[in-house]
Design a protein around this ligand. Structure first.
Ligand code: GLA
Length: 697
C-alpha cells in the first residue's frame, strides 16, 4: 500500500519508491500539510499542529501550512479555490468528511472529501500515486449541489510546500523560433509568477516548476511539478516569512470565471510532481519514464520527410511526388504534405476553413499523391489547422458568428486568421466531421495539427480559456477511437504546444520552427529536462538556415536532429549525389540506434573541457549511444573527456569509435572517461557502445 492513514490522528502518508508526502486533519477539521521529501517509514511519527493564535498579525492559517488553502477568513496568501455563492458570499469554509482509496496495477488514488459548512458544495482532493515512477499527481474536483449557480473565480490544482528558503527556480522563456530557453533565478521574498494568457501557446513559459537547492545533474535536492494543461496556466512560487516556499499551479484566473450550474462538477487539471535527492537527471528520468510508459504510444516514431521548407505554400501534385521519390530513396518512412494543399491557400491570406483539396494543385485529386507515397512504401501525413479560419474563406463568410468575437468590436487578425469558437457544439461538430471525412476518404496515417495564433476577444464566455482546449482533447481522442492507427502531431507555430496535458492525447510534437542545428542543441537540451526524447521532433533543413543565416555541415545537422525523432525538411530535389548518399547513411544509422534514442534513458553529460562541447548519452539495456558536438574550437584546443553514466562497473563495454573498437570496463568509462577530441568548427560524432557479452556476430 502506498497510502497509509493513521486514523487515530487523521494523518495521511503517501509514498512512492523513494519519496513521501504527508498531511493531516487539524483540530478544526482543516487540512494541514506535514511533509514532502525523501521516503518516511510510517505515519505514526507525524504530528498535526493545533491552531492556536500566536500573534494577531500572524493569523494561525498563515503560519501553519494549509494543504489546500481556500479564499476567506484570515487568509492572505495565495488561495487555490475561490467561489462566489448566489447570495454574494465569497468565502469557503470547509470541513473534512472522510476519504476513499482506490487501487489499480500502476497507481493508487486517495480522495479526501471536504464539504462546505453551510452550502452543499463539495471539494474532493485527489492524490494519485505512481509508485514505480516516484511521481504523484494532485487534482481537485468541485461539485455544486446547491440549487443555484456557483461562480468559480479561481481554481488551482494544488499547493505544495517546500521547507526551505532561497531555492533556485527554473523554467523556460522564449518566443517563436526561440522556444525552451532555460532560465534559473533565486527565489527570495515576494512572488514569482509564470503563466500563459494566450489560450494556445506555450512559447513563452511552460507549465512546470523546478525548485532546487543548488542541485547538479547528479546531486542535490530537486522539487518539481508539471501541470497537465495546455494553454492558460498559472504558476506561483512564494517564499513566505515563515521559512518555507509555496508553489501553486492551476488554471489561470486571468479573464476567467467558471459557472457551475446546480448539480454540475468540474475537475482541475492534474499537477504531476516529484522529489529527487540526486539532482536533475533523476527528475528527468522519472518524468520521461512516466510519459513513455503511461502516456505515449509504444511504437517507435517513423523517420519523416516534410515538404514545408522545400515548397512552402506552392505545392503541386507532381512536385510532391518527385519529393516523395527522393524521400523514399533516402530512407524516409513517412511523407508529410504541409500547408497549402487546400482551398485557395496560396499564402497566409486565404484557405483556412475551406478544407477541400485544391483542384489546380491536385488536378487528379489527392489520391494521386497518396497512392504514389504508398506505392513507395511510405506512410502519408497531412497538415491541418482546424481551429482557424481566414476572413476571406467561405467558412467565415457563411458563419461569421463561429469565431471568438465581441459584437461591438472589430476582431483582431493574426497571420490573417481568426480563431473558431471550439466550444460551440456546431463548430466542434464541423471540425470533427472535417477531420473524420479526411481520414475516412484518404489513406492518411499522420495529422500535423497546427495552431498559429493566440486566442483573443473571446465574447461573453469567460470559461473558454479552459473549455477550448478541453474540446480539442475530446475531438482528437474521439478521432483516435475511430482511426486508431493515425498519429497526431501537435504544432503551434513551432513548439507552442508541448505540456503534460497534451502529451499522450497527441503523439508527436514539433519542437520549434527554429531548425538551426546549433540553436537546436540548446532547445533540445532544455526540452529534455521535462519532456521525453520520443516527443521531440527534429528536422534536418537547408543552409543557410532561414532564421539564423548560419551554414552548418550536413553531418552536424543530421547528428543534431538524430537526438530526437528524426525528420528531414530540406529541398531534396536540389541535393547533390554526395548529400543524398550522406543522408542515406545517416538515416540508416538512425534506424539502427532509434530504439536506444527513443526508448532509452537520456543523460546530459558533464563537459569537463574548456571547449564548449555538448555531450549526451542514451542507454537502453545493453546498448548505448554517445552524441558529441563541438560548435567552435577555441585556441589551444585540448579535447574533452566523456564520462558515461549508469553503466555496470564490472562489465566490459565495446565502444565503436571512429578509430576502431575500444573495450573498457563500466568503471573506466564512468570514472576515468573516454578521451575525445573533435577537430574544427561544427564538428560532431555519434559513437555507439554496447555491453560486451551481448555483442552480436
Ligand atoms: C507553422 C509551422 C510550420 C509550418 C507552417 C505552415 O509555422 O510551425 O512547421 O507547418 O506553420 O504554414
Amino acid at each position: 500500500m502506498s497510502v497509509t492513514v493513521n486514523t487515530e490522528n487523521n494523518v495521511f502518508l503517501l509514498s512512492t519508491a523513494s519519496t513521501s508526502y504527508a498531511f493531516g486533519v487539524d483540530d478544526r477539521g482543516l487540512l494541514r500539510h506535514l511533509y514532502w521529501g525523501k521516503k518516511l517509514p510510517s505515519a505514526e511519527e507525524l504530528e498535526v499542529p493545533s491552531l492556536t493564535e500566536v500573534s494577531t498579525n500572524d493569523p494561525v492559517f498563515e503560519i501553519t501550512p494549509g494543504e489546500f488553502p481556500v479564499h476567506g477568513g484570515l487568509r492572505y496568501k495565495e488561495h487555490c479555490l475561490k467561489a462566489a455563492f448566489a447570495d454574494g458570499t465569497r468565502e469557503l469554509v470547509y470541513q473534512y468528511c472522510g476519504y476513499d482509496v482506490e487501487q489499480e496495477e500502476n497507481w493508487e488514488k486517495l480522495v479526501v472529501h471536504l464539504k462546505d459548512d453551510h452550502y452543499e458544495f463539495c471539494i474532493d482532493l485527489q492524490y494519485l500515486l505512481y509508485p514505480a515512477y516516484d511521481l504523484m499527481e494532485r487534482s481537485v474536483v468541485i461539485r455544486n449541489q446547491t440549487e443555484s449557480p456557483v461562480r468559480i473565480d479561481r481554481i488551482h490544482s494544488a499547493q505544495l510546500h517546500i521547507p526551505y528558503e532561497n531555492l533556485n527556480f527554473s523554467n523556460v522563456h522564449g518566443h517563436w523560433g526561440a522556444e525552451q530557453q532555460r532560465f534559473t533565478q533565486k527565489v527570495s521574498y515576494g512572488k514569482i509568477v509564470i503563466e500563459n494568457r494566450r489560450g494556445i501557446s506555450s512559447h513563452n513559459h511552460n507549465p512546470y516548476f523546478i525548485l532546487d537547492r543548488d542541485a547538479t545533474e547528479t546531486s542535490g535536492e530537486v522539487y518539481f511539478g508539471a501541470l497537465r494543461l495546455t494553454g492558460n496556466f498559472k504558476g506561483i512560487v512564494e517564499q513566505t516569512p515563515y521559512g518555507e516556499t509555496l508553489v501553486q499551479m492551476g488554471l489561470n484566473d486571468h479573464d476567467f470565471t467558471l459557472e457551475l450550474t446546480p448539480g454540475e462538477s468540474f475537475q482541475a487539471p492534474g499537477l504531476l510532481f516529484g522529489y529527487s535527492d540526486s539532482g536533475f537527471e533523476t527528475m528527468s528520468h522519472n518524468l520521461h519514464h512516466f510519459a513513455r510508459k503511461e502516456l505515449m504510444r509504444q511504437e517507435l516514431k517513423p523517420v519523416l520527410y516534410n515538404s514545408w521548407e522545400a515548397t512552402e505554400f506552392h505545392v503541386t501534385s507532381q512536385e510532391q511526388i518527385k519529393l516523395a521519390h527522393k524521400a523514399s530513396e533516402m530512407g524516409a518512412e513517412l511523407f508529410v504534405l504541409d500547408d497549402g494543399w487546400f482551398g485557395e491557400r496560396h499564402s497566409t491570406q486565404n484557405g483556412l476553413g475551406n478544407w477541400y483539396v485544391n483542384e489546380g494543385k491536385f488536378p487528379n485529386g489527392l489520391e494521386e499523391l497518396v497512392d504514389a507515397v504508398k506505392g513507395l512504401g511510405m506512410k502519408f501525413g497531412i497538415w491541418v489547422e482546424p481551429e482557424m479560419v481566414n476572413p476571406k474563406a467561405q467558412l467565415y463568410q457563411q458563419h461569421p458568428d463561429w469565431i471568438y468575437h465581441y459584437e461591438t468590436r472589430v476582431t483582431d487578425t493574426s497571420r490573417v486568421q481568426y480563431v473558431l469558437n471550439m466550444t460551440k457544439p456546431e463548430v466542434r461538430e464541423f471540425i470533427y466531421n472535417m477531420l473524420d471525412n479526411l481520414l475516412t476518404r484518404y489513406d492518411i496515417d499522420y495529422i500535423k495539427w497546427d495552431a498559429n495564433r493566440p486566442i483573443s476577444q473571446t465574447g461573453p464566455q469567460t470559461d473558454i480559456w479552459c473549455k477550448h482546449i478541453q474540446t480539442i482533447y475530446q475531438v482528437v481522442t474521439e478521432l483516435k477511437k475511430k482511426h486508431p492507427d493515425v498519429l497526431f502531431e501537435a504544432c503551434a507555430s513551432g513548439g507552442g504546444r508541448i505540456d503534460y496535458g497534451i502529451l499522450g492525447i497527441f503523439d508527436d510534437f514539433w519542437t520549434s520552427d527554429n531548425t538551426d542545428a546549433y540553436d537546436r542543441l540548446y532547445i533540445q537540451d532544455s526540452y529534455s529536462t521535462v519532456y521525453p526524447i520520443k516527443a521531440m521532433r527534429a528536422w534536418v533543413t537547408d543552409c543557410p538556415n532561414f532564421l539564423s543565416g548560419r551554414v552548418i555541415p550536413l553531418t552536424f545537422r543530421y547528428h543534431s536532429a538524430m537526438m530526437g525523432s528524426l525528420g528531414v525538411g530540406c529541398n531534396i530535389l536540389k541535393f547533390s549525389p554526395e548529400e543524398m548518399e550522406l543522408s542515406q547513411r545517416m538515416i540508416s544509422q538512425y534506424k539502427q540506434i532509434r530504439p536506444v534514442i527513443q526508448d532509452g534513458d537520456f543523460y546530459r553529460l558533464e563537459n569537463p573541457s574548456a571547449n564548449g562541447y555538448f555531450l549526451y548519452e542514451y542507454l537502453k539495456d545493453d546498448q548505448g549511444v554517445i552524441f558529441a558536438f563541438l560548435p567552435q574550437s577555441k585556441v589551444g584546443h585540448r579535447g574533452t573527456t566523456v564520462r558515461l553514466r549508469n553503466l555496470e562497473e564490472n562489465e566490459a563495454y565495446t565502444v565503436y569509435t571512429s578509430q576502431g573498437e575500444v573495450v573498457k570496463s563500466g568503471s573506466y568509462l564512468m570514472y576515468h572517461g573516454l578521451p575525445l577530441r573533435l577537430a574544427g568548427d561544427y564538428a560532431s560524432a555519434v559513437i555507439r557502445f554496447e555491453k560486451k557479452h551481448t555483442q552480436k556476430g
